[in-house]
Design a protein. Structure first.
Length: 272
């Protein structure tokens, strides 16, 4: 976990996606803190320095993790900014732990019901491969984690400078620590395997609850992993939708200045 800003400033909690960790928000933390917020980036369960538990990679547990972190920081609620699977966790927490989520910025992350039902995953073949036992973990570990860099490049905009050498080194190193590769893949496995199970059906039923808080939905137009959709009928609060034309799946890293400008403008317009 990393933190910038004063402890009594409004909390903005950043949730990273696959295959990253809290460091993904290095371009945002000091900028958001300078704008008068307490900016905190946490490692999702199983990533980075977090606990690598044998289970708990379902959205019910991860939402409880997010809620618990907010309370552990001494805050009653937070603006949650989530990318990818971190966005999936943010959407889930807005429904499953609504008292802790004051507003939600979902980055490269369609609403979970849209992701589940509408074939929004451009990387569905990759997610299908992740369902296999053992082999995907071995591939992530092989050749000093070169497949992790390949995924980052494939999902970014063509010609993007991301990932640079440092980003590649850090993300590859973070998933070299066993059982981090297994933990990271468990999110993908729950997503597909739960669809016909009682827990998956229960989750889908809960996620039909309209979200009343302000939502920023931000996508890169050249995203190689998911497509952008508007969650019509799933919100009762105000929605702002932004598409960054030069970015792919990682707009906060590919075009950080543009991303930060949009995020800060949205934060400034939130009700007190």
């Amino acid at each position: 976990m990393a933190e910038c800003g004063a402890a009594d400033d409004p909390l903005v909690l950043f949730l990273h996606g696959f295959p990253e960790f809290w460091w993904a928000w290095r371009h945002q933390l000091p900028v958001v803190a300078a704008a008068g917020y307490r900016a905190v980036a946490m490692d999702l369960r199983g990533y980075g320095a977090s606990d690598k538990t044998p289970r708990g990679y379902d959205p019910f547990t991860v939402s409880a993790d997010v809620s618990g972190v907010i309370r552990s920081l001494g805050a009653t609620d937070a603006v949650v900014v989530g990318h990818g699977w971190g966005g999936f966790a943010g959407w889930s927490a807005a429904v499953l732990a609504p008292k802790q989520v004051r507003a939600l910025a979902a980055v490269s992350s369609p609403h979970p019901l849209q992701l589940m039902r509408s074939g929004q995953l451009r990387s569905m073949a990759q997610v299908g491969w992740f369902q296999l036992p053992i082999l995907p973990e071995r591939r992530l570990l092989a050749n000093d984690g070169i497949h992790i860099e390949q995924l980052l490049r494939a999902w970014s905009a063509p010609g993007s400078a991301f990932p640079d050498a440092e980003a590649s080194r850090r993300y590859r190193a973070a998933l070299q620590v066993w059982p981090a590769p297994h933990c990271a893949l468990e999110y993908h496995r729950w997503f597909l395997r739960s669809r016909l199970r009682p827990d998956g059906r229960r989750y889908s039923a809960r996620m039909r609850t309209p979200i009343p808080v302000p939502v920023l939905q931000l996508h890169g137009a050249q995203d190689g992993a998911v497509t952008a959709t508007t969650p019509a009928g799933l919100l009762t609060g105000p929605l702002r939708r932004e598409v960054l034309t030069t970015a792919g799946h990682f707009p906060h890293e590919e075009t950080p200045a543009l991303f930060n400008a949009v995020l800060l403008d949205w934060l400034a317009r939130l009700p007190d």
